[in-house]
Design a protein around this ligand. Structure first.
Ligand code: SAM
Length: 669
């Protein structure tokens, strides 16, 4: 099945700005690329309020918003964010307390963080809002970047060309801000594909407003199905356009893959999440943040464990080609980094030390070089370092060059899970779920202690045990045993400047304990600690960091297999090594509905995939769950709450738990 085209995975060109004194004598940003201003300091606020807020009738619509889903605004050309910050302020002024707002904005040439902060100083009353935006300002990488503006307001920045990004948007919009520099100065943006994508992503009755009355815009909007009218413009501009689309076209993007069509939204009510590891705890927290009542069930309570000194690495291993998996993991890495900074600004649960991936063989060095050629990403995200620079970053002489992710991190995974499980709105229940029974009317979870839990929807997040239920039995999941080694270090032992990965990983020691590992044994579920595995972890550590190991020994560390303690875990992997995140397919129904694919893969029946209603899964995160699980949690919570998703639709489909069912059918399995 051919994949939809995606723009290259790359860093974006920055905005080219100059600071110009305007009629108020104050300095305001002007684009030298488009020879146009971002806003006027004199009346920029009033113009935004007239054109975009009043033009979309937002004060009235916000006041009347009683839906459980968020009101969704999408914009072309985020610029300095003035429009979006004003929409947020307007929402706060008018919307009832339970209402939520979801902002989507595209931007092809993002401002630098410094320019953004400087531009927004023009509006002192927006300062607290601007501060939230500036703090979370994403890396300039093409893709979707989700920001938490406050408890009720989310912003998804879709970096890249507006028409391209809206064609990739998985979500529906209530109101459009059609901004961007004037059509005469920026004709490339205002092209027919933009209006077509807007129409296709609109909810019935979605409105739009724009400052321009250009003929091409009127024609483009009309051709896409929008009714437009001229209304009085702001200030000297006599006229502008506003309007709506009564009957948007149906989403035609999954004609070749109808099994991935999302199930219709249903009331979230009370959601049970099974599994309180990083996958389940992050889903529980994501749902609770949206006002959903959550019961989080696990057979053991991480809050009762003593200090285990575990450290996980937030890192990814990206393929040389920008395939769907690499795109998903890179998005996950960037997402987790922002999410951790918001969740725990004090950094008690994590440290952004950066991660260095060493290349210890010629083959790996060649692979890393090809990777850098294929991924023109900002150096703040990933850069190549020769052995000398890698040694300086690691704080010890390393045995080869490497890829450096300066913003990656290490995390205390257990403490993180405990923190997430304590999110207001999440109730923890200790118990082992043995069976699930349900459907349209809701679900009953049977517990080993004889009790049961009733829930409207259920999320399964139990790693290698996620396929134990009748409804998930068809999803292939392989257990992978992993053992890490630990050693209490003597006073004065050396440290590291980075998490260093080669075959395994070793974070800078924390609380006087060195963690390193882990082993990787597919198919093995034995939880007993093995001395041979400590020996393997130690050999791997010496291979990548011989000088660090020597220095540890010199400082008196007893680095010998027999002196190490450890922890054993069983991770879960899917056959293609990407997570499962999404609705649980009714595999039997899929085999029936799509049986013809076994004979002829081109004969795609026009039948939407049938799913177990209200049943979801987040699993198969392997050893990279810190990068994938929080983003998958947002994906599932957004789907349950009927809001735009934080990933492009081809990546959403890439994560769909039913993908193997179709693949096996096509291959005659
Ligand atoms: N809405 C902005 C605000 O509130 O500050 C002002 C928008 S500014 C006048 C226009 C923005 O559109 C610029 O940031 C520019 O980089 C962006 N832009 C231009 N062409 C684009 C395209 N094809 N796709 C996405 N954004 C584009």
């Amino acid at each position: 099945m051919s994949l939809p085209p995606l723009p290259p995975l790359a860093g974006l060109e920055s905005a080219r700005l100059e600071w110009q004194r305007d009629e108020t004598g104050e300095s305001a940003p002007r684009s030298t690329r488009f020879d146009d201003v971002y806003f006027s300091r004199h009346d920029g606020r009033a113009e935004t309020e007239h054109v975009f807020l009043a033009g979309n009738d937002l004060p009235r619509r916000f006041a009347a918003w009683t839906c459980a889903r968020p009101f969704t605004i999408a914009e072309t050309g985020f610029g300095t964010g003035l429009n979006m910050l004003c929409a947020w302020a307007c929402f706060d002024a008018h919307a009832p307390p339970g209402a939520r707002l979801h902002l989507v904005s595209t931007e092809r040439y993002p401002l630098s963080r410094d320019d953004l902060a400087r531009a927004l100083t023009a509006w002192p009353d927006l300062a607290p809002r601007a501060e939230r935006l500036v703090r979370q300002w994403p890396e300039p990488v093409a893709g979707v970047h989700r920001l938490w503006l406050d408890a009720r307001v989310t912003l998804d920045l879709h970096y890249g060309d507006a028409a391209e990004r809206l064609a990739l948007l998985e979500g529906q919009v209530d109101a459009w801000f059609l901004d961007g520099f004037a059509p005469a100065r920026n004709p490339e943006m205002w092209r027919p594909e933009l209006f077509a994508a807007m129409a296709a992503r609109s909810r019935p009755g979605a409105s739009f407003a724009t400052f321009t009355c250009a003929g091409a815009v009127k024609r483009g909007l009309a051709a896409a199905g929008f009714a437009w009218r001229k209304v009085p413009g702001y200030g000297r501009k006599r006229e502008m356009l506003a309007g709506e689309i009564a009957s948007p076209p149906a989403d035609s993007r999954r004609q070749r893959t109808p099994w991935f069509r999302p199930p219709p939204p249903r009331p979230a009510g009370h959601v049970a999440v099974i599994g309180a590891g990083i996958a389940g705890a992050s889903v529980a927290a994501a749902l609770a943040r949206r006002g959903v009542t959550v019961t989080l069930v696990d057979r053991f309570d991480r809050a009762e464990l003593g200090p285990l000194h575990l450290q996980g690495a937030l890192y990814v291993k990206l393929a040389v080609e920008a395939n769907l998996q690499s795109r998903t993991y890179l998005a996950g890495l960037l997402h987790s980094r922002r999410w951790l900074a918001e969740l725990d600004p004090e950094q008690t649960l994590w440290r952004p030390t950066g991660v260095l991936q060493l290349a210890l063989s010629d083959k790996e060095q060649a692979r890393q070089a090809r990777f850098l050629d294929h991924h023109p990403l900002p150096e703040s995200v990933v850069r190549g370092l020769d052995a000398e620079a890698a040694s300086a970053a690691a704080g010890t002489r390393v045995a080869g060059p490497g890829l450096d992710y300066p913003n990656a991190a290490w995390v205390r995974p257990l403490a993180l899970c405990v923190r997430l499980a304590r999110t207001p709105g999440v109730r923890f229940r200790r118990g082992e779920v043995t069976a699930l029974d349900g459907g349209e009317a809701g679900w009953t979870l049977a517990l080993a202690d004889g009790a049961s839990i009733a829930a409207d929807q259920v999320v399964i997040a139990t790693a290698s045990e996620a396929a134990r239920f009748a409804q998930t039995a068809a999803l292939p999941l392989q257990p992978v045993r992993g053992q890490i080694s630990q050693l209490a270090l003597p006073e004065g032992a050396p440290t590291l400047g980075r998490v260093v990965c080669a075959g395994g990983y070793v974070p800078p020691p924390a609380d006087g304990v060195l963690n390193f590992g882990a082993t990787f044994n597919p198919g093995d579920t034995d939880l007993a600690e093995r001395e041979a595995d400590h020996a393997a972890n130690l050999a791997e550590l010496e291979r990548g960091l011989p000088h660090f190991v020597a220095a540890l020994r010199e400082a008196g560390a007893e680095l010998a297999p027999g002196r190490l303690t450890g922890r054993v875990g069983v991770r879960a992997a899917s056959p293609d090594k990407s997570p499962y995140a999404g609705p649980v397919p009714d595999a039997e129904a899929w085999r029936e509905d799509y049986a013809v694919l076994a004979k002829d893969a081109t004969r795609v029946p026009d039948l939407a995939g049938r799913h177990h209603p209200g049943l979801w899964i987040s699993a198969a995160h392997g050893s990279r769950g810190l990068a994938s699980a929080p983003l998958c949690a947002e994906l599932i919570a957004s789907r349950i709450c009927d809001e735009p998703l934080p990933l492009e639709w081809p990546l959403v489909d890439h994560l769909h738990p039913g993908r193997r069912v179709i693949r096996d059918l096509v291959r005659g399995g």
